[in-house]
Design a protein around this ligand. Sequence first.
Ligand code: NAD
Length: 314
Amino acid sequence: MKKIVLVGTGMVGMSFAYAALNQNLCDELVLCDINEKRAKGEAQDLNHGLAFSKTSMRIYAGTYSDCKNADIVVISAGVGQKPGETRLQLLQKNLEVFKTIVNPIVESGFDGIFLVATNPVDIMTRVTRKLSGFPNNKVIGTGTTLDSARLRYLVGEYFNIDPRNIHGYVIGEHGDSEFVPWSQLTLGTKPVLDELMDNEKYSMDDLVKIEESVRHAAYEIIEAKGATYYGIGIAICRVVRAILQDENSILTVSARIENTYGKLIPCKVYVGNPCIINKNGATRQIDLSLDIREMKKLSESCELLDKTFNELEF
Ligand code: NAD
């Protein structure tokens, strides 16, 4: 019996829940939110689709005590940025929110895997690790999974290749300092940099534009429709499936970077990097063969995350 508890039934949480129902992702889905009425309404609404779905999933609004025997707790709860508020003030507020969530979940006896989507996701994942005291492998953030999916889609469009045959990642902070290590991206098995040399139709300038549009995708969507949620909802499903099915899939989740890339990176940082995901969570990080410039970008991104985390008052 696979059980998931979702904390935060806002746009992101419910996009995940809706995708989970359609993908028949688990046997039991519990919805928790500080707004209990909303969580109940969302459970009711989803349940009304069951008669037409391919699953007999049990969906109900619950409390943190329901986490006791859950396999995964997905956290997408958080407060939004108020006008005039700094990023750090917002972070401090979300830290207080997480104290009211993570502590009772741990007290419930929960022994599964935390999957965090709340932004800034790399910091909030590290916060969850610190508050829970869980082993590193059992605390994961969505990291740059969505960004990597956006990248593969755009590169696929550019070369007119199925995105599933584009192998490449966005790594680093899920945010402004994220980047694409182009030295690692392949079309099928052909390095994209070789394709640029072989075919003058394509250029590095265009790839840099693709990288920028991946980095700015969230801003663009927020400007157009207020928030982003479907893409991340499906990305959460992807990570959950890798855990529940014990897939050993490689995904760019936010996980602790310890013992990766030598001593060039602060080891306690949580950051988006390809990582093997199975029933034990983030099992092993992949050391990419980054070139010197890419290594510098990654280490700058990690230092920024480390500095921000250290400014928080616990
Ligand atoms: P939302 O405002 O629609 O939902 C947030 C929910 O959290 C609300 O239902 C609210 O009641 C609940 N909540 C607030 N405080 C709580 C508490 N103390 N306990 C329990 N529940 C509480 O926001 P959203 O659009 O769903 O976004 C949620 C988070 O996901 C944000 O931090 C957003 O930035 C982030 N996000 C992440 C990614 C990613 O790639 N990781 C992408 C998009 C959005």
